[in-house]
Design a protein around this ligand. Structure first.
Ligand code: HSE
Length: 444
């Protein structure tokens, strides 16, 4: 057995699902880590509102505090692990930790997605690091891949199923033909979806993760607010069935691409070919597909949430800091911010093929003005499919377009809404040309 060279002190702020899991993992595996790596990871402080949370995680009472300041100011704590989420007091915790010369490990996607530039600069200036593997896709080690093992590449595309709640809902809708509202209610009852599901179903959670990964992968700064966000509330069982008939699967994807014109960053329901690797990712699982110019396609799959998967990512970050510290060396200071900011392209400037489902009155001449509205917007139609007439005398008609500009599609929808025969523009879903994701890869 290799002797521990040094004991590294950990302070965990937040002992809920993830924080409690981190404490439990570190406590139960402590001797194994000493044996395998020669590093003693010692949880010296745990902070939560209630001592019961510390006890549930196995932390001795004398290591518990209800005040996060006690963790940050404890001279035996080398690494502060922030797992409370939200912007405050997380921001103050980071600032105090940096001022005390301590590294921060976090899963806080909401905070980093919005404020990483300022926080990273503070960390850099203090000579410490922010580590955030758990903030991007829970247990999936994709941040480490982007920061380390893929550094020889120019990263071209990051496209992922980054939210387990929405993937669970869409997967069940697809397999059962069930409606969104019914599956959401069931998912809430089973604990897969939050009582207030908006951060998940409206795309904010996936947008934060997209922003973090795009920033790291492309060496630039993308904030959550710059990521176009559209959630899954509009997706119906009918959309999923029609897409399936056409050979497509509908997934909520976070897509970031580095193009000659700028960075694309968007979260929205996306039709991808059934044969694509991401189409096979079902249930609450996550996956991140990364294309590097040298490596080509890579795919990372795993649990994007949950107590121990997320704790696994946090402990990985703790070790990446603890390893040099155990040798008496300081980990390198934070390397972000990168200094060069590549603009994020407005969604209006992007182009896609589109699936457009209209509710139209089933009567003579109803389609002519609809087709004309697409033509007036400069949008070419490649396919029209009329579905069964409903009890209200309206039918769904699905239009598949050739590649069209987002701005033109918005204009077309505004005109379509005005037509007498059109009850509603029921849904517009982007059809992704996944071959574009490989543009710029080197020939083998
Ligand atoms: N709520 C997220 C999900 C996990 O459903 O995947 C935390 O980001």
């Amino acid at each position: 057995m290799q002797a521990a060279k040094r004991s590294i002190g950990i302070g965990i702020i937040g002992l809920g699902t993830v924080g409690g899991g981190v404490a439990q993992l570190l406590l139960t595996h402590r001797a194994d880590y000493v044996s395998a790596y020669g590093i003693d990871i010692d949880v010296r402080r745990g902070c939560a509102l209630d001592i019961g949370m510390a006890r549930a995680a196995g932390l001795p009472d004398d290591r518990f505090t209800p005040d996060w300041h006690d963790v940050v100011t404890d001279p035996t704590v080398d690494i502060v692990v922030e797992l409370i989420g939200g912007e405050h007091p997380a921001t103050e915790i980071y600032e105090a930790a940096f001022a005390a010369g301590k590294h921060v490990v976090t899963a806080n996607k909401a905070l980093l997605g919005r404020h990483v530039e300022r926080l990273a600069k503070l960390a850099h200036d203090a000579g410490v690091q922010i580590k955030c593997e758990a903030a991007a896709a829970g247990g999936i080690p994709v941040v480490n891949a982007l920061e380390h093992t893929l550094v020889g590449n120019k990263i071209l595309t990051i496209a992922g199923i980054l939210n387990g709640t929405t993937n669970y809902i869409l997967s069940r809708m697809a397999s059962e033909g069930a409606d969104y509202a019914d599956v959401l209610a069931d998912a809430q009852r089973l604990g897969y979806a939050e009582a207030d599901p908006s951060a998940d179903v409206d795309g904010f959670d996936a947008a934060s993760k997209t922003a973090i990964m795009a920033s790291i992968g492309f060496h630039t700064r993308v904030t959550t607010d710059e990521v176009y966000q559209q959630g899954i509330r509009q997706v119906s069982a009918e959309d999923i069935a029609v897409a399936a008939d056409m050979g497509y699967t509908i997934k909520l994807l976070g897509i970031a691409r580095m193009t000659a014109a700028g960075v694309e960053a968007r979260v929205h329901p996306t039709m991808i070919p059934n044969g694509h690797q991401l189409a096979a990712v079902s249930g609450a699982m996550n996956a991140v597909y990364v294309v590097g110019d040298a490596v080509g396609e890579t795919m990372f799959y795993g649990a994007g949430a949950g107590r121990f998967p997320t704790a696994s990512a946090v402990v990985g970050d703790i070790f990446s800091l603890a390893e040099p510290m155990s040798r008496g060396e300081d980990p390198l200071p934070e390397i972000e911010p990168f200094g060069a900011v590549v603009p994020v392209l407005p969604i209006e400037e992007l182009s896609n093929r589109f699936y457009v489902r209209l509710r139209i009155l089933d009567r003579v001449g109803a389609l002519a003005p609809v087709v004309d509205a697409f033509a007036q917007a400069g949008i070419s139609i490649s396919q029209i499919n009329q579905l069964e007439v409903g009890e209200d005398g309206a039918c769904s008609v699905v239009f598949i377009t050739h590649e069209a500009r987002e701005a033109d599609m918005t204009a077309a929808c505004q005109e379509l809404e005005k037509l007498d025969a059109v009850r509603s523009v029921a849904n517009v879903i982007r059809i992704e040309d996944t071959s574009k994701w490989l543009e710029g890869a080197m020939e083998n």
